[in-house]
Design a protein around this ligand. Structure first.
Ligand code: GDP
Length: 444
């Protein structure tokens, strides 16, 4: 199982919370120690571990427990979300050139799987209906050129070779010309790896990069090297400038440190991952799926997500109570509109307030647009004006000043003031209805 050790290390963190009722500063200490240990054992770099543990701790004790969710389940969810953050919230897609062929330059140390990646990438792109050409730029090992030619034949893509006597930058340039002639969509340029980073390799890569101005410069790194992979990405990025990394050998018993460290350490995304020796074993890197695989607790995650959804609904009911009991000034108004905006749905809240009636989608859209205007206007009020809306009802001068400061019209300001008084009337009626049972006089 991929990252099996990390998975079971994290499991012992959840286990420390079994039987607990809440998440506190105290009872989170032991689980966090387990998480820290699991990450270090997975060879995640120390600064990354520190930041990660801090972020998870802050959320675990800072955010209240979701009703119905157990502390260990909530911790799983927090760790999941932080893992996704760590690996890059968004999927980093390959970038394609707007015109002319897309040029992908591959770099990497020897033995990391670079030649294999050339073929896998061509195979992957063919499935996306892109035509490809491989360019054999590794002139130091004649076997590498043969290997690439054989792989190209397997995939069914042309391979441009020029022997071992031409400079890699020139081979790349010629290969690109040939690709243009053949109207190929993507050119993949293989380069020579070394066992270690050395100046000659970096100089050569810089020269190749200058010669062909690639769309993507991808560093191929071996996941088995753990946090060393992240250090390599940093170095290559500083030396030649790269656009991302391809992580190979994620199958096998890699511990996870590379996948978890690269983005945070080097600031460059992992774009693709290799998970085996076959041509089809290359796929885009999906941080959320990866986090899910590491935790291996899909059902817990979806349960907590559902509970969060319910909690948001209960917030709305809470709001309803506040609306009906508050004296309801502009501060409440602001709080309310912000809460509504946060929930992303005006309709649900309005729907919950009895007497408000049905609202159409068009009205909802309008209301959501109004939220921003309201905020701007209320923010331009003095604290006194917010608490005493009467001041605004009485003074056109004040309304004029607010309109100017908020960049809205005087009419909009007047409308908002009127709206607040209407709300007050409605609420009074509602409360009368609830307390006295009499039919309210809708006097607005
Ligand atoms: P290069 O020196 O960087 O060009 O490395 P190669 O492409 O020749 O690969 C070195 C070895 O790693 C070969 O035996 C490949 O089959 C193997 N390899 C490459 N990618 C993967 C992978 O994702 N998983 C596994 N298990 N092996 C891989």
């Amino acid at each position: 199982e991929m990252f099996g050790q990390l998975t079971s290390g994290l499991e012992s963190a959840w286990n420390k919370l079994k039987g607990e009722e809440t998440l506190t500063k105290e009872n989170i200490v032991e689980p966090m120690r387990e998480i820290r240990r699991a990450l270090l054992e997975a060879d995640v770099s120390l600064p990354v571990v520190r930041r990660f543990v801090q972020a998870v701790t802050d959320q675990a004790v800072g955010v209240g427990l979701i009703p119905g969710v157990k502390p260990d389940q909530q911790l799983v969810k927090i760790v999941h979300d932080e893992l996704v953050n760590l690996m890059g919230k968004e999927v980093s897609e390959l970038v394609f050139a707007k015109s002319g062929p897309t040029i992908i330059l591959l770099a990497g140390l020897q033995g990391v799987g670079k030649t294999t990646v050339c073929a896998k990438l061509a195979f992957y792109l063919k499935k996306l209906d892109k035509s490809c050409m491989l360019v054999a730029g590794d002139i130091y090992r004649p076997a590498a050129i043969d290997q690439l030619s054989i792989l190209g034949e397997q995939v069914g893509v042309p391979v441009y070779t020029a022997g071992t006597d031409v400079k890699p930058a020139d081979i790349a340039k010629q290969g690109l010309q040939e690709a243009k002639r053949q109207n190929v969509d993507v050119v993949i340029v293989d380069t020579a790896g070394r066992l270690q980073i050395d100046k000659a390799m970096m100089d050569e890569l810089k020269e190749v990069k200058r010669a062909i101005n690639p769309t993507e410069v991808l560093l191929v790194v071996d996941a088995m090297t753990g946090q060393e992979a992240a250090a390599l990405v940093t170095t290559f990025n500083l030396e030649i400038g790269i656009t991302g990394a391809i992580l190979t050998k994620l199958d096998g018993d890699s511990r996870g440190g590379a996948a978890l460290s690269v983005k945070e350490v080097a600031g460059k995304p992992i774009k693709l991952v290799g998970r085996g020796e076959r041509l089809e074993d290359l796929e885009p890197f999906y941080p959320d799926r990866m986090a899910g695989r590491i935790l291996g607790m899909g059902d817990v995650l979806s349960f907590v997500e559902k509970a969060q959804e319910v909690m948001r609904q209960e917030d709305a009911e809470d709001l309803q109570k506040k609306i009906m009991s508050a004296k309801f000034d502009f501060n409440d108004f602001l709080k309310q509109t912000r809460a509504v905006a946060r929930m992303g749905s005006v309709s649900r809240v309005i729907g919950m307030i009895p007497g408000m009636g049905k609202v159409t989608p068009a009205q909802i859209r309008e209301a959501e647009k109004n939220v921003k205007n309201m905020e701007a206007i209320i923010e331009a009020m003095t604290p006194e004006e917010r608490e005493k809306p009467e001041l605004l009802a009485e003074s056109p001068t004040r309304r004029k000043r607010i309109a100017q400061n908020s960049g809205k019209t005087e009419q909009q300001v007047s409308q908002l003031v009127a709206q607040l008084f209407q709300m007050r009337v409605r609420m009074k009626n509602l409360m009368g209805m609830m307390e006295g049972g009499s039919t309210p006089a809708l006097s607005n």
